[in-house]
Design a binder for this molecule. Structure first.
Ligand code: NAD
Length: 341
């Protein structure tokens, strides 16, 4: 009894006394629902970033989430001041962003559609519990299939679409830029290129607008004695598209790069940076496509998606983007019954 008074459960929230809270600016608060590999790696990246003052982890597996919180809390004295606790859905109140990485992966013998229905079922349970307490925050979805579940979250939440964002092809775009940078011997931060459409097999590389510091790839290669012919382009894109399979085959899951992608989105929201990131969003009628979530470069700020950037795609890219929309729409039709409509 005495010991538990001295050492209360360290995963529970400990607020400073009222009189010490008064003059403090409200710290940014982020909630992570699903503290598995993606959720906890994101939490770790967020801790090191120093962006927030409060971080809450929620998971159906209480033991696991308590373990993650203890481990993260032990890094606080060595990094940034931050309150971290294992919470429940009522802790979504006042959250600036709720990141959702809860769900399950594909089981042996299970079809992709089974997985969609299982994760959509989990979301039908989670999203209303979040929105019961958080009406003003932004929902950031990472669980796969991310385009379908972002749409499902938008519908279930009743939020304006601008405040429901999927991590989309932020990760695929980073992989694409990494591979292009390596091929061209250029810092990937100076390679500007987008993967759009589905975060999945039907994703689309926008070659027509890829550039190095504003110089189109063809011209850049002409002037700088490098080569990026059609075959090499196909190979760069193949490696981009298959990266997740390659990593999963080797280590069972991917989580570092997606965690940094989520952090980049959260940073742009909290700091109102208006960064252009290829997130999954409701397509605003571009190329004749609507009522589906897909990735397009979007301006991310305090209100979520501030603008979706219009890309003047060439004919081939437009066609591929439409095909990608058909793929995601097809899956959405199969889960529409879970949305009660
Ligand atoms: P994981 O199994 O390690 O973690 C999932 C967590 O969700 C677990 O801790 C589990 O307990 C929790 N969970 C399950 N049901 C829940 C519920 N009803 N309520 C609360 N928590 C619940 O999986 P992971 O490797 O962290 O991957 C999570 C998701 O992220 C997967 O869908 C994966 O495909 C996806 N992912 C997305 C990207 C991307 O770019 N968007 C990249 C990598 C992984």
């Amino acid at each position: 009894m005495f010991l538990s008074t001295l050492f209360p459960n360290e995963t529970e929230e400990k607020r400073p006394p009222e009189h010490l809270q008064e003059d403090l600016p409200r710290p940014h608060k982020v909630v992570v629902v699903g503290a598995g590999q993606v959720g906890s790696t994101f939490a770790y990246a967020l801790l090191l970033s120093g962006l927030v003052g409060e971080m809450v982890l929620i998971d159906i597996d209480r033991e696991r989430v308590e373990g993650e919180v203890m481990d993260l809390n032990h890094a606080v004295p060595l990094s940034n001041p931050l309150r971290i606790w294992a919470g429940d859905y009522s802790d979504c109140a006042g959250a600036d962003v709720v990141v959702v990485a809860a769900g399950t992966g594909q089981k042996p013998g299970e079809t992709r559609l089974d997985l969609v229905r299982r994760n959509a079922g989990i979301f039908a349970n989670i999203i209303p519990r979040i929105t019961e307490f958080s009406q003003q925050g932004i929902l950031l979805i990472a669980t796969n299939p991310v385009d379908v579940l972002s749409y499902v979250s938008w519908k279930l939440s009743g939020f304006p679409w601008q405040r429901v964002i999927g991590s989309g092809t932020v990760l695929d775009t980073a992989r694409f830029r990494h591979l292009l940078g390596r091929h061209l011997h250029i810092d990937p931060r100076n390679v500007h290129a987008h993967i759009i459409g589905e975060h999945g097999d039907s994703e689309v590389p926008v070659w027509s607008m890829a550039n190095v510091s504003g110089i189109g790839l063809e011209r850049f290669c002409e002037r700088h004695s490098c080569q990026l012919n059609a075959e090499q382009q196909d190979e760069v894109f193949r490696q981009t598209r298959e990266a997740a399979y390659q990593i999963i085959q080797r280590k069972g899951a991917t989580y570092y790069a997606v965690a940094v992608g989520l952090l980049r989105i959260v940073e742009s929201i909290l700091r109102n940076q208006y960064t252009v990131l290829s997130v999954s969003t409701l397509v605003p009628g571009y190329y004749g496509i609507e009522n589906v979530y897909l990735s397009l470069p979007s301006v991310i700020g305090r209100a979520g998606v501030e603008r979706v950037v219009y890309l003047p795609l060439n004919e081939r890219e437009t066609e591929a983007f439409r095909d990608s929309a058909d793929v995601v729409r097809g899956v959405l039709d199969d889960v529409e019954d879970l949305l009660g409509g």
